[in-house]
Design a protein around this ligand. Structure first.
Ligand SMILES: [Zn+2]
Length: 179
């Protein structure tokens, strides 16, 4: 399965919120699982996609190179680094319901809102192939104050939010790669 974010950003800010935080969550999620010695049945691959914001070349290139490999799910973090809230899920109604049953596992992280509909631009070529796709959905009430603006800088990132979102991503990645 794939987890990731995108490494490009509009150059008016430093891109910490869009999408540096998402990249760090994916890296930290893998590091957390490694540190805890949690090895799921399936491989978790961290992908930092390039050029999400100006043509999606990274997402398309990943799909061209790896789209034929079996993917059980993909998770993209590209909605900022606000307080953890949960995930949006795109898949068949049965798949969405199956993921929603894991909600109690995420309560301790404040990330138990598992809503239908979600994913992300970079993983959209996989979504189109029918791969179960999730978007990490933190509280995004301040997201558009920062997104694509000179205010998108590192000082806006709350380390506690970043860490708990990374933990939620690690947990979701593990659950989906293990089931
Ligand atoms: Zn973005």
């Amino acid at each position: 399965m794939v987890i990731g974010g995108h490494i490009d950003s509009w150059d008016v800010g430093d891109g910490s919120t869009d999408d540096g935080g998402g990249c760090m969550m994916a890296i930290e999620a893998a590091a957390l699982l490694k540190e805890l010695g949690l090895v799921p049945r399936r491989t978790i691959r961290v992908v930092l996609f390039t050029n999400e914001e100006n043509g999606l070349r990274g997402g398309k290139a990943y799909h061209a190179a790896h789209g034929k490999e079996k993917h059980v799910a993909a998770i993209e973090a590209d909605t900022g680094s606000g307080a953890p809230r949960g995930f949006g899920i795109s898949g068949t109604p049965e798949e969405v319901a199956a993921v929603q049953r894991f909600a109690p596992l995420f309560e301790g992280l404040g990330a138990s809102v598992l809503e239908a509909g979600g994913g992300g631009a970079d993983i959209s070529p996989l979504t189109k192939d029918g791969v179960l796709s999730l978007g990490l959905h933190p509280d995004a009430s301040a997201y558009f104050d920062l997104h694509h603006s000179p205010a998108d800088t590192f000082d806006k990132i709350d380390p506690d939010h970043l860490e708990r979102n990374a933990a939620a991503m690690a947990l979701m990645a593990f659950v989906l790669a293990e089931r």
